[in-house]
Design a protein around this ligand. Structure first.
Ligand code: SAM
Length: 223
């Protein structure tokens, strides 16, 4: 594993444009592969939350086509609210009505009031941001969480999975294949960014997708 996370290969605007174009393919091809570990991350969140998530106000940033919104809706029940936010219009359109309200928005500038939500989910999205944008997103999460609120993450993280041949190969492809940077997604040091922005990790598990693709499922809260 490289000492430094691989720099993101394109501006966030270009990355979003990529996801806007590939929304349908992304949902069909990657949705089923990512679902079990994302569900596991949500289960860890529910296990940590007071009284599970019943009645909670939950936001999923970078919700993509909305694969987890129905799971979150089941967890929060009739008294809770679920909002999915994505920067790509085609993703937000797909997510609409899948268990919550989908809105177009930027995770770096959340259109939400301070202290207004109980939990934020970031599932397979933190890997898209540059190091400075990742910290902006995490500071925004801290701002919108109520005291005691929780962040739930599923991500390819270099610190949590330091020994993965899959992640090393992924990084080589990301650096070497022309245009790969426009997908944005590459392993990042989520643990380091969480520590730097004042989060304490309260639950952590490693999951493996399709037998080869390691991800960390993490629940954290601002200190
Ligand atoms: C790898 S996909 C993951 C989608 C979803 N979480 C899932 O697992 O199905 C990353 C998503 O982040 C969105 N995204 C990229 N930049 C964003 C930003 N600045 N704010 C919010 N969403 C963003 C993309 O449009 C894309 O839908």
């Amino acid at each position: 594993m490289a000492d430094e996370p691989v720099p993101v290969g394109a501006s966030n605007e270009r990355v979003r444009a990529t996801y806007d174009r590939v929304a349908g393919v992304y949902e069909r091809l990657l949705g089923p592969v990512e679902a079990p570990s994302q569900r596991r991350a949500v289960a860890l969140l529910a296990a940590e939350a007071d009284l599970g998530l019943a009645g909670a106000r939950v936001v999923e940033v970078g919700c993509g086509p909305g694969g987890r919104l129905a799971d979150l809706r089941r967890r929060v029940g009739q008294d809770g609210t679920v909002v999915g936010l994505d920067a790509a219009p085609a993703m937000a359109d797909r997510a609409q009505g899948r268990g919550g309200t989908a809105v177009l928005g930027d995770a770096r500038r959340l259109p939400l009031a301070a202290g207004s939500v109980d939990a934020v989910c970031a599932l397979d999205v933190l890997e898209l941001f540059s190091a400075s944008d990742l910290r902006r997103v995490l500071r925004e999460v801290t701002r919108v969480l109520r005291p005691g609120g929780l962040l739930c993450v599923a991500a390819m993280t270099t610190a949590d999975v330091p020994d993965s041949r899959f992640l090393r190969a992924y990084e080589r492809l990301y650096r070497g294949v022309p245009g790969a940077g426009r997908v944005g997604c590459r392993p990042v040091d989520v643990g380091g960014a969480l520590a730097e922005t004042g989060f304490a990790v309260v639950r952590r598990e490693r999951a493996v997708r399709a037998g080869v693709w390691p991800v960390a499922c993490v629940v954290a809260r601002p200190r």
